[in-house]
Design a protein around this ligand. Structure first.
Ligand SMILES: [Zn+2]
Length: 163
């Protein structure tokens, strides 16, 4: 699937999940804003990972080639983790007396869960892959976290790119 379509699906579902949460809590504007953050800007951890690997020097082409993963041979994806979902729901419940904060935490959990489920389907990755505990257990090593085929493909790509 082309990246543009992948991102378009994330964007649409982020707005939709934000709208639905907003409608439920009777604050559609806030719902859509937080849905956009939790369901779309969650992907900014790709940028964060790139910046950390390349010492805060950014190159758009290299970013879209996914060089952050190729150079480091690691996959962190700090925001892509199912663990955040129950934590955010617990926070929503703890702050249930403050309507705005409750909506923020709940909508982050909901739109984030929709994003992770979408990534699981599109990227054909397991539930475990999208947990921080599983990735940490494997030292965030791409070799252990990706299928042997994908890892081989990436090794080939590295040779081609001269990394
Ligand atoms: Zn994602």
């Amino acid at each position: 699937m082309p990246l543009s379509l992948h991102l378009f699906i994330h964007f649409s579902l982020a707005i939709l999940s934000g709208y639905l949460a907003g409608k439920y809590f009777k604050n559609i504007k806030l719902g859509i804003l937080i849905g956009f953050i939790g369901g779309f800007l969650i992907d900014l951890d790709h940028v964060l990972e790139y910046l950390l690997v390349f010492n805060f020097r950014f190159n758009l082409l290299h970013f879209f080639q996914g060089r952050q993963f190729l150079v480091s041979d690691q996959i962190h994806l700090w925001f892509h983790a199912w663990e955040y979902v129950p934590i955010l729901i617990l926070l929503a419940w703890l702050f249930r007396k403050n309507k705005v904060i409750k909506i923020i935490f709940f909508t982050l959990a909901f739109s984030g869960a929709v994003h992770l489920a979408t990534d699981m389907i599109i990227n054909r990755c397991s539930f475990n892959f999208y947990t921080l505990t599983y990735r940490a257990k494997h030292n965030f090593a791409a070799r252990e976290l990706t299928s042997p085929e994908t890892y081989q493909e990436n090794q080939k790509l590295k040779m081609e790119l001269g990394i």
